[in-house]
Design a protein around this ligand. Structure first.
Ligand SMILES: Nc1ncnc2c1ncn2[C@@H]1O[C@H](COP(=O)(O)OP(=O)(O)OP(=O)(O)O)[C@@H](O)[C@H]1O
Length: 274
């Protein structure tokens, strides 16, 4: 990958053969407000991409477009050669796109492990008959689900609290649970929306390491929105910067850190220390 591109190159990604995710000219307007415009991205499989930008820059809108919560006004999204532009959320989930939200959405009152099991159940549902008659196939399915849930909880350092209510956990642990549930869907593309929001510095460092580990061990393609510049500079291989719905820069952390438009728009004078 090139070190980076400026405004022109960033907003006009050209289709590259075999790219895992190809987004071109993506935009949406709400009433008179253009939340995102001419967004382009060619992402290879297995990359870890950071998205930064000031409040209201269009970051969450981009994720909403990629997960079908918002339909684009312009542009196209192609995942593994398949045009998924404007597809509904369940179609995109089936295509392998999973996400977490800025506001934690674990299921109230449900234990940690049951939250993960519900997510696993969304991915692989048993047949109605096997459930009704409690067949050996159903029971072995349940055993597999339990094993998978435990494996995910161990990875996310949540196994010790698996029987506690998910919504009663400390904030950082709830965020990790949300990631566990997203991983349970066995995604190809994982979108993390401000996973470190509200975390203390220790939790943030732990999460940084965890995301790197998940990326490494699952070989997942991850897109990560984050306001914490230190976090993103130290976690991501490539960073895209949005401002007022426009992509203003795209490149490696070292390139982004020094990019004048990025410094002016977002990072501020402290950016060089990030
Ligand atoms: N459904 C919607 N209807 C109307 N306006 C919207 C909608 N969703 C987003 N917007 C507007 O689009 C712009 C971009 O919002 P978005 O949430 O994508 O920004 P963001 O970069 O994620 O900001 P933050 O860092 O504060 O979460 C904002 O001005 C927001 O108010």
């Amino acid at each position: 990958m090139a070190n980076g591109t400026g405004v022109a190159g960033a907003s006009a990604a050209t289709a590259s053969e075999g790219a895992f995710l190809e987004v071109a000219g993506l935009g949406v307007t709400f009433g008179g407000l253009t939340a995102l415009s001419g967004f382009g991205l060619n992402l290879e499989q297995g990359r870890l991409l950071g998205i930064i930008g000031p409040n209201g820059a269009g970051k969450t809108t981009l994720f909403n477009l990629l997960t079908g919560l918002v339909r684009p006004t312009t542009g196209s999204v192609v995942l593994e050669g398949r045009d998924i532009t404007g597809a509904k959320p369940h179609v995109l989930a089936d295509a392998g796109v999973a996400r977490t939200f800025q506001n934690i959405r674990n299921i109230r009152g449900l234990s940690v492990i049951d939250n993960v099991k519900v997510a696993l159940g969304l991915h692989e549902s048993p047949s109605l008959l096997s459930t009704i008659f409690f067949t050996p196939a159903y029971r072995s399915g349940q055993f597999r689900t339990e094993q998978k849930a435990r494996t995910l909880l161990q990875l996310l350092n949540l196994d010790d609290v698996r029987n506690l209510p998910g919504d009663g956990l400390p904030y950082g642990a709830q965020r990790r649970l949300e990631i566990a549930c997203a991983l349970a869907l066995e995604p190809k593309l994982l979108l993390l929306d401000e996973p470190a929001a509200g975390m203390n510095p220790t939790e943030t460092i732990e999460l940084m390491e965890l995301i790197k580990r998940v990326h490494r061990e699952f070989g997942l393609t991850i897109m990560l929105i984050e306001h914490n510049v230190h976090f993103i500079m130290n976690t991501c291989e490539r960073i895209q910067v949005l401002n007022y719905g426009q992509l203003i820069a795209d490149g490696e952390p070292s390139y982004i850190r020094k990019h004048p438009a990025v410094i002016e728009a977002y990072l501020g004078a402290g950016a060089h220390d990030a």
